[in-house]
Ligand binder design. Sequence first.
Ligand code: ADP
Length: 443
Amino acid sequence: MHSHYLSTSRSNPQFYTFSQVFEKAAILDPLWKEDVQQSAWLDFWKREGHEFLEQKWHKQYPEYKQAIELATPEERAAWQKLWEKHASDQSAHFWHIFSCVLENYERDLSNGLKDVGHTLTDIDEHFTYLDINQTDATIASVECNEEDQDYLTANDDPDFLDEEQQLRLLGLPTSFGVKSATSRQKPKQKPPSESESDSDMSNEKDEMHAVKARAIRKKKRQKNSKIPQFMRDDNLLLKYWFKRFSLFSRFDQGIVLDRESWFSVTPEKIAKQTARRLACDVIVDAFCGCGGNAIQFANTCGRVIAIDIDLNKLTMAKQNAAIYGVAHKIEFVHADFLQFASTTRLRPDVIFLSPPWGGPDYQKQANFDIEQNLLPLGATQLMEHARRLTDNIGFFLPRSSNIKQVIALTHAGEQCEVEHNYLDTRLVAITAYYGKSLVKSQK
Ligand code: ADP
């Protein structure tokens, strides 16, 4: 089966999440698809779809806000028509991306439900590349290793992109002041051209786009100079640098990360989703790292206890939390979670487990054994420690985790919920929820 691979923006990728409730027996409801599809699409739309629609509109028509104030009734009607077309085109476009992600989910789910030790022959096989600027998906199958997949976004290093690509990614016309590469260019929507004022509008827009494009290119060159030298020298890390705003939207306000944390921090959109799901009074973040999750918990929970065995990580987490204005809501505890769980009298409402996955090499495993490969203990033993404090547990796991093992962690007679988190079409991680207060549809 092919996987779809496409990207929208490395700094602000679209976020999709699919989840299903399982009994301990790990049986997939044969009719799962329709329900999951519908709720995932509605969730996406509520969470960010409508915002993307507006953002794209203002990017494409930066003059709109001013123009609409002074518009005559005819001009208003023209704008309205343009908006309707924009909304319909973009919704179709989002739906197309969503359909690709859903197919990937189907494939990822079936891979995850295979037995532990099953070797997948097709993990590095053909990825289906779709140019998202094409209205019809002209599909080219390319032999590709996932490590080579390239994201092209508005925040990318301009040295790596040609000008036409930059403009296209910024949603700007590609034909102003630069060579236009036509092969993959989406025909630009033009405002209705019945009246003189409409064509004025179009010319003005073109000029504004050209100015904006020049300014952004200049700004991006300046940004480029800020890449720390140690990252420039490290190809693996450089890839994460390009995604920095997807990890922390306030990255440039002083976020600090050590090398290890670049690989392990939870991207902000996923951390937000987990925080929505785990909203409660008192939460323990058992392996807090540099604080990506704890910061988001502080926005949805009354009190956050953030534990880490590494004092440097806690110091960074504190600084990062301050950037988000939530440091005062988090208690940073320097401890080994296993010892903490054995000795504390604290009874939190929820525990969040995001233990070490063993570094970036986890990505190479087609079927990640959560009993063998997690640190400092296998999943069952980690859960036992956490359950001393509460039964309500969120468990953040590698994307290729064996789902049968994930489901087997459920208490007899209960259910768990397994959520697959995608940034654009790429499965980033799985979050499993256990306990009566967390699992959505406990029978
Ligand atoms: P990954 O392998 O996913 O990259 P990390 O190595 O970043 O994960 O580990 C996540 C965090 O867990 C790190 O900040 C690490 O210091 C912390 N950690 C590891 N073991 C323990 C432990 N026993 N108790 C608390 N925190 C721990």
